[in-house]
Design a protein around this ligand. Structure first.
Ligand code: UFG
Length: 342
């Protein structure tokens, strides 16, 4: 067994996939989650893949005392990967205080507990949302951060600043900030995947739920963008590729190989696909038709964004290799398994 890694939000979508990759790489993983947007079942999925059930603490990171207790109980934690956060853009507009409290208080608590318990290495889940609509595509890490269009986006920007300030103040704290583009798909075993609460906000769960007949029709938000087919473009990245980048980030910090502090990396494929292209790939890969209608643009959506992932490619030796058809097929397999089991 290698070092102990604490994963907050480890029962969630990206968290659970990352726990699998950490365990596969030999790390001992401790998972914290308040289960507000996930269930502990995902750890059974993890165990069915890796043969190891990680230690689990049902803790809210906003509860500093409880969080500190986890650091005290599991001595000698070497790194923290902090996923725990609320992530629905629309909900954040309606409930800003919930988002500021949940996403920022938890971050402050995690950083304080790390300092007090002498845990030096920190990996943070950030988002391409910090770029807004970039002027130059593909977008690089040094592109200007744009004023946030939602409280959710703002929490990611503020969090990045908090981390930057803390690394300046404390030379012992080392951090990697990962800016995700659009994570999709499920583990190839279909033992873990995305479990949206209620009506999905994100495209792929809505596509799979429509394909399986749970939703009548997918609304394509806008066909009048300045893109080749008029629908909006994103950089869809396979969640397993994304998870693997976290293991590399941890290894880089443990080896003291980071070149700046914090180090910031885009995690994307470098390829943009439109909503209509995604539907075409999904239908071809699965042989299932997706009912759709074109509706008005969704408020707050940007037109197009895709990553320049070359910094992560060269510095981390990481590439998002999985073809889009494979990502979408894995999402479909997961959806079918979910509905079979209910
Ligand atoms: N879309 C539809 N119909 C739907 C859902 C989405 O047409 O029912 C479109 C959107 O308009 C957008 C694309 O599909 O063009 C992707 O939408 P998602 O909601 O899946 O993802 P977003 O790009 O809007 O947002 C995601 C995450 C955010 C994160 C952002 C970073 O949900 O948390 O990526 O770019 F901040």
């Amino acid at each position: 067994m290698k070092e102990k890694i604490l994963v907050t939000g480890g029962t969630g979508y990206i968290g659970s996939h990352t726990v699998v990759e950490l365990q596969t790489a030999g790390y001992e993983v401790i998972v914290i989650d308040n289960l507000s947007n996930s269930t502990v079942d995902s750890l059974n999925g993890v165990a069915s893949i890796t043969g190891i059930t990680p230690a689990f603490e049902k803790i809210d990171c906003c509860d500093k005392l409880a969080l500190d207790g986890v650091f005290k109980k599991h001595q000698d934690i070497k790194a923290v990967i902090h996923f725990a956060a609320s992530k629905a853009v629309g909900e954040s507009v309606e409930k800003p205080l919930l988002y500021y409290r949940n996403n920022l208080v938890s971050l402050l608590n995690v950083l304080e507990c790390m300092t007090e318990n002498k845990v030096p290495n920190f990996v943070f889940s950030s988002s391409a949302t910090v770029y807004g609509q970039p002027e130059i595509l593909p977008v690089t890490e040094d592109a200007p951060v744009q004023p946030a269009t939602s409280p959710y986006g703002n929490t990611k920007q503020i969090a990045e600043e908090v981390i930057r300030d803390c690394t300046v103040a404390d030379a012992n704290l080392k951090s990697v900030i990962l800016r995700y583009f659009n994570p999709v798909g499920a583990h190839p075993s279909a033992a873990i995947g995305e479990l949206p609460n209620g009506i999905p906000n994100n495209l792929i769960p809505f596509v799979t739920q429509t394909a399986i007949g749970l939703r009548e029709c997918l609304s394509v938000f806008g066909d009048d963008y300045n893109t080749p087919d008029g629908s909006a473009i994103r950089d869809y990245i396979y969640v397993v590729d994304l998870a693997k980048a976290h293991v590399i980030a941890v290894e880089r910090l443990l080896a003291c190989a980071n070149k700046t502090n914090p180090e910031i990396f885009n995690l994307g494929t470098g390829k943009g696909l439109s909503v209509l292209e995604i539907l075409e790939v999904f239908e071809k890969a699965t042989g299932v038709k997706v009912n759709r209608k074109i509706v008005a643009r969704r408020t707050g959506d940007i037109e197009k964004v895709w990553a320049d992932p070359s910094l992560a490619n060269t510095e981390l030796g990481w590439t998002a290799k999985t073809p889009t058809s494979e990502m979408l097929s894995s999402a479909w397999e997961w959806e079918k398994k979910l509905r079979d089991s209910r």
